[in-house]
Design a binder for this molecule. Structure first.
Ligand SMILES: Nc1ncnc2c1ncn2[C@@H]1O[C@H](COP(=O)(O)OP(=O)(O)OP(=O)(O)O)[C@@H](O)[C@H]1O
Ligand SMILES: [Mg+2]
Length: 506
């Protein structure tokens, strides 16, 4: 496994005054998994976008099997055997898996023989242990299943180098295990993988080597064997990171959120939440655990008024209307949604407007929508950018140009700083680096101290253990039971996540 298949030499890339990559050297051996680690905004995605031909570097060279190559488009990259799975997939929702794989295949000609494509998909999915139904339409598939289709696409064109940019961020722990099996199968067959993740446990489990970037520069490359979570965290952020948070006991006050017999229909027209009742008091964090797709998204959206429902929701003692977001905003409800790009940010607006977008409904702005004083918002926006360490060239930068983790920080800064009485947080630390994660945990715990009620819907059990005072498990749209949020109850919670009720245990 010593043969170098790829070498990036002295790669630099700037966006106006921001240096995203600064003289980066990186190499990849045949059959290895090389992890790329770094804080939010360190330059990981930029480096991979250069390798995949999306960005042109300002300086530097790329060598493939010893030969210098020029990559000026993803097509060039694919022809050189380099494939990338980005965080936002490029699949056509109304097409089937077979049709999506066939799209862009050159050898198929004008009238493609889809039965050939289907046959090969089945072969590939058997060989690489990828469970996917070739006839299914993309819109019917979960995010994890869609990712498998993207992997099949790469395997179909015999990619030798696979770039996976935070592939596990959207996966359940079980799905992540499946992905790792596929990765092992791919490397055993001679492919090489560049793996980006903020989850240090995963990096230690799957990679052979780790390269750490900080502020666009390589801090070092280490063998995974002999490394550990603390060493990697320190290399990433330049200081020790507390990976386990000290949680203080709660002193709950009166109920802030009360839900009675909530029923919500999901996007596919099927009931996704089936009679949930729950209560979250001020000064308390209620964690909701569960395998993704059991109604979490719909529950969060219904509470925030983004989705219609039947049943009752009370905020601070008064009943709120179904499907009325403005009423929630007026009631000081903060919402951190699952999909930040689709549901929380306006990509084309600058950072400072995104940070204060909820204030637009306040009398100052609604008085006259044309009367808008940017100067008044810039200063407080700059303060938030500093507090939340949002890496951006300025508060005028359009949000769509921020790194994934920094977009998440914009949402968190806006929602947490709005002095909420209730926070609905769905996967709040998704895509954040370990330093930022520690920061968000502390901010949420501080909110709890000041009496805010927090409903935390998360896929990561350790996140739930770190923060929650109680944990409920959502299974097939119902709260199947409650448990203590600590590791000694992990088995009980795991069983409930699989649909086994507390009283079913013998
Ligand atoms: N097209 C662009 N225009 C302007 N700035 C950009 C552009 N693309 C990236 N950047 C900036 O370059 C820096 C590096 O971003 P990049 O996406 O590479 O970070 P990252 O390491 O992948 O972070 P994350 O872990 O949050 O995904 C960020 O500050 C980002 O705002
Ligand atoms: Mg990134």
């Amino acid at each position: 496994m010593s043969e170098k298949i790829l070498e990036l030499k002295n790669i630099s890339k700037s966006f106006s005054n921001l240096i995203a990559n600064d003289g980066v050297d990186f190499d990849l051996k045949k059959g290895e998994v090389h992890a790329l680690l770094g804080e939010n905004g360190a330059g990981k995605t930029t480096l991979m976008n250069i390798l995949y031909g999306i960005y042109k570097p300002d300086a530097g060279e790329i060598f493939l099997e010893g030969k210098k190559i020029d990559i000026s488009s993803p097509r060039d990259a694919i022809e050189n055997g380099i494939g990338m799975i980005q965080q936002h997939f490029s699949l056509v929702p109304s097409f089937s898996v077979v049709q999506n794989v066939a799209l862009g295949l050159k050898e198929l000609g004008i009238i493609p023989d889809l039965s050939k494509v289907r046959k090969r998909i089945v072969e590939l999915s058997n060989r690489y242990k990828i469970n996917v139904d070739p006839g299914a339409k993309i819109w019917q598939l979960s995010a994890g299943e869609q990712q498998r289709v993207e992997i099949i696409k790469l395997l179909y064109v015999k990619s030798k180098i696979m770039i996976l940019d935070e592939p596990t961020a959207i996966l359940t722990p079980q799905e992540a295990k499946g992905l790792f099996e596929t990765i092992r199968e791919m490397t055993a067959n001679g492919a090489s993988v560049i793996f980006i993740s903020h989850k240090l446990k995963e990096v230690l489990e799957i990679s052979d080597r780790v390269t750490v970037l900080r502020h666009g520069k390589v801090i070092g490359t280490v063998e995974t064997k002999g490394s550990n979570e603390n060493d990697l965290a320190r290399m990433m952020v330049g200081r020790d990171v507390v990976l386990k948070i000290d949680k203080k006991p709660s002193h709950p006050s009166k109920p802030i959120l009360k839900i009675e017999n909530l029923h919500v229909i999901g996007d596919k027209g099927i009931e996704a939440v089936k009679g949930v009742s729950l209560e979250v008091k001020g000064g308390e964090i209620l964690g909701i655990a569960g395998v993704e797709g059991n109604g979490q998204r719909e529950l969060g959206e219904a509470i925030y008024g983004l989705r219609n429902y039947t049943g009752n929701i009370f905020i601070n003692g008064s009943k709120v209307r179904s499907g009325d977001v403005l009423e929630r905003i007026k009631n000081h409800v903060a919402y951190i949604p699952q999909d930040r790009k689709a549901d929380a940010l306006c990509g084309g607006l600058p950072v400072y407007k995104n940070l204060f977008i909820k204030a637009f409904s306040s009398p100052v702005f609604s008085f006259n929508p044309y009367l808008f004083y940017p100067e008044k918002l810039r200063k407080p926006a700059e303060k938030l950018v500093k507090e939340f360490s949002i890496s951006t060239s300025s508060v005028d930068q359009e949000v769509k140009f921020l790194s994934g983790g920094n977009m998440q920080k914009v949402v968190l800064a806006r929602e947490i700083e709005s002095e909420p009485k209730l926070i609905i947080a769905v996967h709040p630390t998704r895509g954040l680096d370990v330093g930022a994660e520690e920061f968000v945990y502390n901010v949420l715990l501080a909110q709890k101290e000041r009496g805010t009620a927090i409903l935390l819907i998360a896929g990561d059990l350790y996140e739930i253990f770190n923060l929650s005072d109680r944990v409920g498990v959502l299974y097939e749209g119902q709260i199947i039971g409650y448990s203590e949020p600590d590791e000694s109850h992990i088995e009980e919670i795991g069983l409930m996540m699989a649909g086994v009720k507390n009283e079913d245990k013998i």
